[in-house]
Design a protein around this ligand. Structure first.
Ligand code: CUA
Length: 347
């Protein structure tokens, strides 16, 4: 960018406004059509109902808009007929018609909305003991994800990435550890609030494999916008494989650098907040890191999971996500590199 270049002619306010509007429109269109995070591209049973409601609302409101605009234009260009009494009677009829039409449309949407809300939040299998239950806990500003199991040893704890099998109803029990959050996977379901002191439940049935983005949808403090997560929908077998892999503890370090890195992790403040199953680190204040390297993002959907980003995050998390609860970790470069090597083995 050479914004300060003296050669460049200054754009007029109108030009700049036009280009800003253009950029915003393109941005909205791209965001809306990308499908990565879009309620208009539903890939779950519940989201499809919500999208249908949205389209019907859009169609009816568009029709109302066209009709009102038509009446307005008609009224503007209509000639006076000079017949006061008749005109008044006609006006009264039109106004009454408008009020009745408005009430009818509102009543229709009220009932339709209740239907969609009921159908998309309840599922007949809610008492099914065999159902897959995932407990999601919102924390400023990340997501703790636990795959429940009747066998305690099979319970899986992970963070910021939720895997779901295709075609299987999954119950999500949502809670919060601090303030109110709202759990939202636009491609798959409507929003559900995470309210202190209670557990809310929602069912989701994914229908299409894919990777989607979810987002906290209730302002919850400074880093609300960076409280995102990844949803990976995969065929049932792949999902089972993933779950089985997540159940395993971390493998012991394979070489001396990774072993040194593990020691750095255990000696540095890391182990005071994070858990790595298979090591002494068992704290639950922060995200579980047992299979950190298998995840797609860092810092709750903020950064792609690469070695460079991981280094930046460890050294100065406040730069990337100001106000988050992870303190900077002061390490010399040798220790940092060993730590990164160790963390990268946590596949
Ligand atoms: Cu959590 Cu917004």
């Amino acid at each position: 960018m050479n914004r300060g270049s003296p050669r460049r002619p200054r754009a007029s306010l109108a030009d700049r406004t036009a280009s800003l509007l253009g950029a915003a429109t393109v941005g909205l269109l791209v965001a809306g059509c990308g499908g990565y995070q879009s309620m208009l591209r539903p890939t779950g049973v519940e989201a499809a109902r919500i999208a249908e409601l949205w389209w019907v609302l859009f169609a009816v409101c568009s029709a109302v808009f066209v009709a009102v605009t038509g009446f307005l234009i008609f009224a503007l260009f209509r000639r006076e007929r000079g017949d006061r009494e008749n005109d008044d009677a006609t006006s009264t009829r039109w106004v009454a018609g408008g009020v009745i039409a408005t009430l009818a449309i509102l009543a229709f949407f009220f009932v339709y909305n209740l239907h969609v809300a009921r159908d998309s939040s309840a599922y007949d299998g809610s008492d099914d003991a065999e159902a897959l239950v995932v407990e999601v806990t919102g924390v400023q500003w990340w997501w703790n994800v636990v795959y429940m199991d009747s066998v305690p040893g099979n319970v899986v704890r992970t963070a910021n990435e939720i895997h779901l099998p295709v075609g299987v109803p999954v119950r999500l029990d949502v809670k919060t550890r601090d303030v109110i959050h709202s759990f939202w996977m636009p491609n798959l379901q409507g929003k559900i609030d995470l309210v202190p002191g209670r557990t809310n439940s929602i069912w989701v049935r994914a229908e299409e494999p894919g990777v989607y983005r979810g987002q906290c949808a209730e302002f919850c403090g400074m880093q609300h916008a960076r409280m995102a997560f990844v949803v990976v929908v995969e065929p049932y077998d792949e999902f089972q494989e993933w779950l089985e892999h997540q159940r395993q503890p971390a493998l012991p370090p394979a070489d001396s650098i990774a072993a040194a890195g593990q020691q750095v992790f255990l000696d540095a403040p890391c182990a005071l907040c994070h858990q790595i199953r298979g090591t002494r680190a068992a704290a639950t204040a922060g995200p579980d890191l047992t299979h950190l390297a298998s995840r797609r993002t860092l810092a709750a959907g903020t950064l792609p999971n690469t070695r460079g980003n991981l280094a930046a995050w460890i050294v100065d998390p406040q730069q990337i996500k100001p106000g988050n609860h992870m303190p900077p970790v002061n390490l010399d470069s040798e220790d940092l590199q060993a730590l990164l090597t160790f963390l990268e083995t946590l596949r």
